[in-house]
Design a protein around this ligand. Sequence first.
Ligand code: 13P
Length: 249
Amino acid sequence: MRRKLAAGNWKMNGTTAALSELEVLARSFPSPTVDVLICPPATLLHRAAEAVRDTGITVGGQDCHAATSGAHTGDISADMLVDAGAKAVILGHSERREDHDEQNEDVRAKARAAMDAGLKAIICVGESLEQREAANTLDIIGGQLSGSIPDQSTGENLIVAYEPIWAIGTGKVPTLNEIGEVHDFIRARLERRFGEGVGRSVRLLYGGSVKPSNATEIFGVSNVDGALVGGASLKATDFSAIVEALEKA
Ligand code: 13P
């Protein structure tokens, strides 16, 4: 059985005041029946980890460098995330692929570093609107999966997030059939590459305009084990409603 996961990606949002949202969330879910993860900006990570200490909630990073240390001004290593209290890290988000020209090989190297440091790597894949309209979605996702996911992946250290780029922050969501098609495809690819045991144990998240109003139907789709939530993770009330929907799914 795969344990369900509600993950929040705060992106470049939040200063000290935002920690109060995390405290409210922690009080609302003293012992959640699903995994709950919040990935705040790096500047808040350590304090966020302290705020959720001894609760059912964990915190994670939004990126890490592929190297363990060195002359990489402004970058953060996987060990540094662990030191700050992270249990997971989002890698290959489409905003990083776009803003920082991250390629599949970069994401794979970062994922290796994250796994070596003991972090769960949440590897993001997803097609652009042009690619979907050209009926290239599964080819694109297949290429991202084989290029970005390292060989050492297991059900414990790998989580895959399917985030169609055109659904992020737009309020647009694929149909449930479209989500199911991609999640079934990802599952089949993982089983083919890693064998049925590992392939079936990796959790698959959907991300892109997940809100309290659409969470329940999305969580009913086959091979959707949870969500990676952007905007709606910034407010404890919204994110709590999504966590509750997942608990009931
Ligand atoms: P939104 O939920 O704001 O669409 O963002 C999704 C996302 O990019 C999560 O990583």
